[in-house]
Design a protein around this ligand. Structure first.
Ligand code: ZN
Length: 503
């Protein structure tokens, strides 16, 4: 038996090493496609990526792997913790994949690939009817997939489980209900106050000087240039190949310096998570962030809790004054702090401020739930979208480009993904509460541009574990107790009442 276990373990590691190699190659091709590759090169790259994806799929979704995982599951209690977790995670992925009939999965993959191209054009032209038949099919597939994943669960619960394991509609109804109850009156009160002056954020800042700012921010965050690099793409994102190779991207707007500044800090937060994962998890399925929600908790911790803090903005302003002398010379630390925290209900999720952001997620959550439950049709979706934006954010949606077509998630088949963003914000605020108790001088360091204590705490309490623990266990450990949205509400209430002089 001992010999068999050893052989099985070797086969398991070998499988993961190979899967990682395919992911690495596909990831580099993707990164090249959205950063450096010339416009006309997409089709050849698409074919190569198709071949690699299929090979990677075949490597994993076959009977031999199924037998290996089944055999190892039987004696998993005899394995070391890491191997046991690898078996559990791979078994979970395997079951998900193998429950969907191969032909159905292939047809769905083609649909999604077509839908993404159609969505992009439909968005540019604000033409929802062009995208509608694709979204209808995607919703139908997702309903069927939900039944394959777990026929015992309500379909939307089964979909949520893919992104933030264990999360249910019952929990989210409660979570968003509490947010709405507490934050709506606060946003309304703020709307009665004079808006902070933020015109100076739109003064011209040359691209090459913004690039210097990015390099400086990466240095401040402790992103080691040997293992992390920045490039430019239309939409900022992070991609990780292994713990010694993480890439982030940004997008520069010469009349909006804050856009790239906070993108770099946000993506830098994602990158630090990946870079800090324990060495022994590298090249296994456990060697990455544990869930979307926990990943967002880290990126938003850096972007909002640290990056938009009074201490950090006071540290950063002289850096900006030096890099962009004409644009910030007459700006005070308080003006800068208030400007980057200006609350303004708006149309676009990715441009939303920290306080109104969760309302954008509530809109999507309500609509996804209804689409999957079958109480809303895709045909009625734009109208329902616009009505919810009016109800929750008080804004009128002028067209579907600035409304229902703004995000790529649904075109990509990601239904149940959005709530993770809101949960991530809330996890981060609860982690801050613990961090402030354990690191009483943390804000002093942040004010001096020294983020080492903050990053060290997150590395030790979150990053190191990768997927060795479940998302809920990861959050519970870092929060020293179960998740409670009250910390997030108290954080937002305290910060924004102070900024707007409300008591
Ligand atoms: Zn993010």
């Amino acid at each position: 038996m001992t010999i068999d276990i050893k052989k099985d373990m070797e086969a398991l590691r070998d499988l993961q090493q190979k899967m990682n190699a395919y992911d690495h190659a596909i990831g580099v091709l993707y990164l090249d496609g959205v950063t450096a590759a010339p416009f006309g090169t997409a089709s050849g790259r698409g074919r190569t990526m198709g071949v690699l994806s299929e090979a990677s799929h075949r490597l994993f979704a076959n009977d031999e792997v199924g037998e290996l995982l089944e055999r190892m599951s039987k004696y998993k209690e005899a394995l070391d913790l890491q191997t046991k977790r690898e078996v559990e995670e791979l078994t979970r992925s395997y079951q998900r994949l193998s429950q969907i009939p191969a032909a159905e999965y292939a047809a769905y993959a083609t649909l999604v690939s077509d839908a993404e191209a159609v969505w992009e054009k439909a968005k540019t032209e604000a033409d929802f009817p062009a995208f509608r038949p694709y979204l209808e099919k995607i919703i139908d597939y997702q309903k069927r997939f939900a039944a394959y994943y777990d026929s015992e669960k309500a379909p939307y619960d089964a979909l949520l489980d893919q992104y933030e394991r264990g999360t249910t509609m019952a929990q989210l109804d409660n979570f968003f209900g509490r947010l709405k109850e507490r934050l709506s009156p606060l946003v309304a009160e703020i709307a009665q106050q004079p808006a902070p002056e933020d015109g100076f954020l739109h003064r011209p800042c040359p691209r090459q000087d913004q690039q210097k700012l990015s390099a400086r921010l990466m240095e401040i965050m402790g992103l080691d240039p040997r293992y992390a690099a920045l490039s430019e793409s239309e939409h900022p994102f992070t991609t990780n190949f292994n713990k010694h190779d993480v890439r982030i991207t940004t997008h520069y707007y010469e009349d909006d310096v804050a856009s790239s500044m906070f993108s770099v800090i946000h993506e830098g937060g994602h990158a630090l998570y990946e870079l800090h994962i324990a060495d022994e998890l590298d090249f296994t399925c456990l060697g990455t962030g544990v869930s979307m929600g926990v990943h967002e908790s880290q990126s938003r911790f850096y972007e909002n809790i640290i990056g938009r803090s009074r201490e950090f903005t006071a540290y950063l302003l002289p850096v900006l004054k030096q890099l962009f002398p004409g644009s910030f010379a007459d700006v005070s630390a308080e003006q800068f702090y208030r400007a980057v925290n200006k609350v303004q209900p708006s149309l676009i999720r990715t441009e939303a401020d920290e306080l109104t952001y969760p309302f954008h997620i509530m809109v999507r959550y309500e609509l996804e739930k209804q689409l999957i439950e079958g109480t809303l049709t895709v045909a009625d979706l734009p109208e329902a979208w616009n009505a919810l934006y009016k109800e929750l954010l008080g804004v009128d949606v002028p067209d579907d480009r600035h409304g229902v077509l703004q995000d790529s998630h649904w075109a990509g088949g990601s239904i149940g993904y959005f709530p993770s963003y809101a949960l991530g914000n809330a996890y981060g605020a609860q982690m801050l509460h613990v961090m402030e108790q354990e690191l009483p001088d943390m804000w002093k360091g942040v004010g001096e541009g020294d983020l080492s204590a903050v990053s060290g705490w997150l590395a030790e309490n979150v990053h190191l574990f990768g997927c060795l623990r479940t998302p809920a266990e990861t959050v519970e450990f870092a929060c020293r107790g179960s998740f409670d949205p009250e910390y997030y509400l108290a954080y937002l209430d305290g910060k924004y009442r102070d900024i707007y002089g409300l008591r």
